[in-house]
Structure formats: structure tokens, C-alpha cells
Unconditional design. Sequence first.
Length: 138
Amino acid sequence: MRNYENLVIVKPTLTAEEIQANINAIEEVITSNGGEIAARDAMGMRKLAYPLAKNERGYFHVIYYSVDPSAISEIERRFRINEELLRFVTIKYDTNREVTAWNQLVQKAIKKATQPAGEAKVEEEVVIPAAFEKDEEE
């Protein structure tokens, strides 16, 4: 089984219950094709860079999961059929480096989901590679 990430953008004209029903249907498509969902990241309603089907906003939701590569074509086919989705993108994490990044994203999404709503967000420390530090000194 390989690791994948799906970003889906749901139409903003739906009610909160309809959006959640669509997200549940999307996750059901993944699990019915043998996928195991590792984490979810509900990014919420966001403004789009340009209008899609006359919509200026969209509900963004990211799903991290593992599934056999043969199931991806069926999952994407079912996404294309769903008229409530404005767009979706499937990202495959294949190499060891990519799998490590996927694991970090999953841990971050789980941490975000379990964090209490009122708790302040802690900014992550940015590490500058040594090659860039030399340029700044010159």
C-alpha cells in the first residue's frame, strides 16, 4: 500500500450539514476501495485564487490515507462524478523522503485535530540551511 493525500474543494453554496455529508461520502469512497485514512485536515472555507464554476470561495478538506495503487483510478473516477466537488488533487508519496514528509504531515494534522479550539497556535521554528546562511553573511 502506498501513501496518498487528497485535497478536495467542496462547493460553498452547501449548508454545513451537506458539506459534512459530502466529506463523509468522499472518505467512504476511499475506505470502500480498501484505503485506510490516517488523518484529516478540515481547512475550512477559503477564498479561491480565481472563480471556479462561478464560485469565489470553497470548502477545503485534506485527507491523508494509504491504499493500493490500483484503487486510485476508481477513487478519482468517483470524485469526478461528484458534482458537489469544485476540484480535487491526488498526491502520491513514493520515495523514502516523500514518505517521511507524509508522516510529518499526518502527525501535524492529528495534532491540529486534537488541539483545543481556544488554545493559541505555536509557530514552528524555521531552520535555514547552512548554504543560505553563507549568502547572508557576504
